[in-house]
Ligand binder design. Structure first.
Ligand code: F6R
Length: 243
């Protein structure tokens, strides 16, 4: 694993944007796996600035998002469809037909998960998967104790995830309890993975990833130790743990 420790959130976001900019410039037909969440907002914002300065050719890229809440319409401002349009697709000028997210309103969720997996395969797999990490170690919405062998699936969100995400909703009751998430096996098939983490809330998960030898289903992020091409961009608060 290639670990880059930077001073703070803004440095993490800049560094992350530079790496993604470079990767996209060297492969205009790239398939990106994308994440949402507070961690990625700065990365996408800096990427947009780089793109405004020296435009990337984005007409042939494809994107697949990690996850979407079950029960939220794409227009709902808490959906990940909405987030991606706001922070990435619209500012970067990426057309809708190049982008894929799980459909959280699908009548048959199991079928939707199969359809999503098939789409990824049809596009030749994911070249670079962007990840954040939950304070409980989740990647995508693969919560602690999820099988390392799962593919895109329906998940019950952990109580700690519901609480962490409540900041975006009017009340905690409004936070969906279920989501569709790429599985850990799906994520691990990406050719390259880049994980971003910022802040002391992520320090335990980063400790489990970088300072233990264990691969532990209680900390899904630890599976990244077995991937051949992982870059971690982490700020000091997430890197320095008291444990
Ligand atoms: C989001 C996702 C999640 C987040 C994680 C961290 O698409 O898959 O794993 O990356 O929950 O979220 P933030 O960045 O809000 O702390």
């Amino acid at each position: 694993m290639n670990t880059i420790v930077v001073k703070n959130y803004d440095e993490m976001a800049k560094k992350g944007a530079e790496i993604l900019y470079q990767d996209i410039s060297s492969n205009p037909k790239i398939t990106l796996g994308l994440a949402t969440g507070g961690t990625q907002i700065g990365v996408y914002t800096h990427l947009r600035k780089l793109h405004e300065n020296t435009p990337l050719d984005l007409k042939d890229i494809t994107t697949f998002n990690l996850d979407e809440y079950i029960g939220l319409a794409p227009e709902s401002d808490n959906s990940y469809h909405f987030y991606m349009n706001k922070y990435f697709f619209q500012p970067m000028g990426i057309s809708k037909k190049q982008t894929y997210l799980p459909n959280g309103l699908a009548e048959d969720i199991a079928e939707e998960c199969k359809r999503y997996e098939k789409l990824i395969v049809e596009h030749g797999g994911i070249d670079i998967q962007v990840l954040g990490v939950g304070s409980n170690g989740h990647i995508g919405f693969n919560e602690p104790k999820t099988s390392f062998h799962c593919r895109t699936h329906e998940v019950n969100l952990a109580e700690s995830t519901i609480q962490a995400n409540a900041r975006y909703f009017d009340s905690i009751e409004d936070v969906p309890k279920k989501a569709i998430s790429m599985g850990i096996e799906t994520i691990m098939e990406a050719k390259k993975i880049i994980l971003f983490a910022s802040g002391s809330k992520k320090a335990k998960a980063i400790y489990q990833l970088l300072r233990t030898d264990e691969i532990d289903a209680d900390w899904p992020v630890t599976i990244l130790k077995t991937h051949p091409n992982v870059t971690i961009v982490v700020d000091e608060a997430a890197y320095n743990s008291d444990d």
